[in-house]
Design a protein around this ligand. Structure first.
Ligand code: FES
Ligand code: FES
Length: 161
């Protein structure tokens, strides 16, 4: 299939890429742009390891074509920190030990970030629902829920950009 020139805006940078129109967003991010924080797991929209934000919404990047993301703001785990400082959700994951092997972590961070942008004062139930599309085989989830709750409670000040 003939390649097409598309522009993807990832973490505030425009990338011009020649891609097969069937290229998945996760492939474009990892293999063409080189941001390997976003993980490729199941590729069947089940595990959540590939989750990124498109505009402010958490999206599994194996579920959309790269061309469908053109014209939108894509944020990956690499784009969370500001001015060299980790984002509140990253600091909370560190403090709470919300990771072990780390394979789910980028996707989990992006789901948490999108959730916290739209939900103030969430209940524990709401936090659990927000990450139910992200599978973690290591942590048992409690430390992840604690980290998200800590950010929601304002324990970590926002970094001003
Ligand atoms: S790789 Fe996308 S959901 Fe598993
Ligand atoms: S830390 Fe290993 S899968 Fe979540």
């Amino acid at each position: 299939m003939e390649k097409k020139l598309i522009t993807l805006t990832v973490n505030g940078i425009d990338y011009e890429l020649y891609l097969n129109p069937k290229t998945l967003l996760v492939e474009a991010i990892r293999d063409h742009i080189g941001l390997t924080g976003t993980k490729r797991g199941c590729e069947t929209v089940s595990c959540g390891a590939c989750t990124v934000m498109i505009d402010d919404m958490a999206v599994k990047s194996c579920s959309v074509l790269a061309v469908q993301a053109e014209g939108h703001r894509i944020t990956t785990a690499e784009g969370l920190e500001k001015n060299g400082e980790l984002a509140p959700i990253q600091k909370a994951f560190l403090d709470e030990g919300s990771y072990q092997c780390g394979f789910c972590t980028s996707g989990m961070l992006m789901s948490a970030e999108a959730f916290l942008k739209e939900t103030k004062n969430p209940s524990e139930e709401q936090i659990k629902e927000a990450i139910e599309g992200n599978i973690c085989r290591c942590t048992g989830y409690n430390s992840i829920v604690r980290a998200i709750a800590a950010v929601a409670k304002g324990k970590y000040a926002e970094v001003k950009s």
